[in-house]
Ligand binder design. Structure first.
Ligand code: SAM
Length: 272
């Protein structure tokens, strides 16, 4: 299937990137094919793409054989996406709206992969939403998301590093989070100020007897005062200091020295 170059589509539809919508477009089709390959074989698989813009990643997903549902809030992009709908009949469904206000569960009857290249604030809000909640496994089979490199490092960080914090624990306690690919700022039009990276997350088994909300409260308190010893930072959490003692965790340690498994153990004791 030969499609017009993305640059031509953007020019023809007057899709100048809007800063307010966090628009930095990817136009390199080889790079887009590599991103679409990160979740594995997508042939005939349902995919949710958030923020397709002029449709660069959408094309790559369609070429990979995916059945794509795309949510885009910039109306200017809809005619360009309608051309893709026509070029790949029955493979693309475009929904106009704000992804922060749409529950994907209402769009899919079966598990689906999520891919997105989104502005930082929207991407982080959706990401934490997709990883929160008591019910697990989630309806999505994987998340393949572009973040600024610094956020990607926080998501995949290991203990004893400055990047390790709430986001790492959230992304790793019942999922596997990997930095799949670094993307140079020059790959975007217009180029953002910072480097980016693709993060790939797949759900794993949820540890038994742990409430997601309780774990969230523990990491919030612990990393809220990350320079302080746990003795101090967890003082306001009823029962937490007794739990540390019961588990043999030295209260003089600081939050960033605790492994994800140790946070899970603390939360399990507090969930009881
Ligand atoms: N995916 C395209 C690409 O890689 O070239 C566009 C990426 S651009 C960084 C982000 C896109 O997300 C824009 O098209 C923007 O209009 C859209 N967007 C921003 N916030 C959104 C939201 N809350 N819901 C849906 N789309 C959103």
């Amino acid at each position: 299937m030969s499609l017009p170059p993305l640059r031509e589509v953007i020019a023809r539809h007057g899709l100048s990137a809007t800063r307010a919508l966090g628009q930095n477009f990817l136009l390199d089709e080889q790079l887009l094919d590599r991103i679409a390959a990160v979740p594995g074989d997508l042939r005939d698989k349902p995919v949710l793409e958030v923020g397709p813009g002029p449709g660069g990643l959408t094309r790559a997903l369609l070429r990979a054989g995916a059945r794509v549902t795309a949510i885009e809030m910039d109306r200017r992009c809809l005619p360009a996406l309608a051309e893709l709908e026509a070029a790949f009949p029955g493979q693309l469904r475009v929904i106009e709206g704000d992804a922060l206000k749409i529950d994907p569960a209402t769009l899919f009857a079966e598990p689906y992969a999520i891919l997105a290249n989104l502005p930082y604030n929207v991407g982080t809000a959706l990401f934490t939403g997709w990883l929160s909640g008591e019910s697990w496994p989630p309806q999505w089979t994987s998340l393949t998301l572009m973040f600024q490199q610094e956020v990607a490092q926080r998501i995949t960080a290991q203990p004893d590093t400055s990047a390790y914090g709430r986001l790492a624990v959230l992304a790793q306690w019942r999922s596997t989070a990997k930095l799949a690919m670094k993307v140079h700022r020059s790959a975007f039009t217009p180029p953002p100020k910072v480097m980016s990276a693709i993060v790939h997350v797949t759900p794993s088994a949820m540890p038994e007897g742990v409430s997601a909300r309780v774990l969230e409260r523990v990491t919030e308190a612990a990393f809220g005062q990350r320079r302080k010893m746990l003795r101090q930072s967890l003082k306001g959490l009823p029962g937490a200091l007794e739990v540390l003692e019961r588990l043999g965790i030295d209260p003089q340690r600081r939050a960033e020295t605790l492994s994800v498994a140790e946070f899970v153990s603390v939360a399990r004791e507090l969930t009881r």
